[in-house]
Design a protein. Structure first.
Length: 214
């Protein structure tokens, strides 16, 4: 009888431990969900273009900051995670530009403790260099007479050269929720031909996302 009581006691303790662990895990899950609600993380935006490795790396964070400022200006219900916090959490969990594709959007949302994850890419390619030259000629006539009545004409000419290059800029944005579902995906190719076009293209797409002024 004593042996049976010991077995029952041991089983009861084990059951209580299981219930306690499950309850604690459930509480933590609820806490994570509550803290992540209406929270958005913007990942460093991939930049493909001309420049050295340092410039390309800094452009990723510059674009990330531009996107954060643009969305933050119109934030009502949503909270946009500070880029410094986003980048620190990514690095702390081993997520880098070279391997971030190994992580699913759902995993990234869990790492960053957010409800939405924004992933973007800006690509710039120089297509052609055009040189245009303009020439202008003018004629000034000055007359004088010597004993043979000769006339002398003077000719002046000028020219200027203008060089321009065509820059093909494409901006891609994708937004996922914490379930890994894609809620927005759009691409825009710029019609302007200058190196700063990416700013206008990025802001254009951001203002048309479901996150802007929600």
């Amino acid at each position: 009888m004593k042996k049976i009581n010991n077995i029952i006691k041991t089983f009861s303790i084990a059951l209580l431990l299981i219930i306690s662990v499950a309850s604690k895990a459930q509480t933590q899950a609820v806490g994570r969900t509550a803290s992540a609600e209406n929270k958005v993380a913007i990942l460093p935006i991939t930049y493909i273009g001309e420049g050295n490795e340092v410039k390309l790396e800094q452009m990723r964070y510059s674009l990330q900051n531009i996107a954060h400022r643009c969305l933050q200006e119109g934030a009502f219900e949503l909270k946009f995670q500070d880029p410094a916090e986003t980048n620190a959490l990514l690095l702390r969990n081993g997520v880098r530009e070279s391997n971030f594709r190994e992580f699913t959007p759902k995993e990234l949302a869990e790492i960053l403790q957010v409800e939405y994850v924004l992933i973007g890419m800006v690509s710039q390619e120089t297509e052609a260099i055009l040189t245009v030259s303009n020439s202008r000629r003018s004629f000034n006539t000055r007359e004088y007479y010597d004993r043979h009545h000769h006339v002398r004409n003077e000719r002046n000419s000028s020219s200027n050269t203008r060089t321009s290059q065509d820059v093909n800029t494409t901006v891609d944005l994708v937004i996922y929720n914490d379930k890994g579902e894609k809620i927005y995906s759009r691409s825009r190719k710029s019609l302007l031909s200058n190196m700063d076009t990416y700013k206008a293209g990025l802001q254009y797409l951001l203002k048309r996302t479901p996150l802007y002024k929600k």
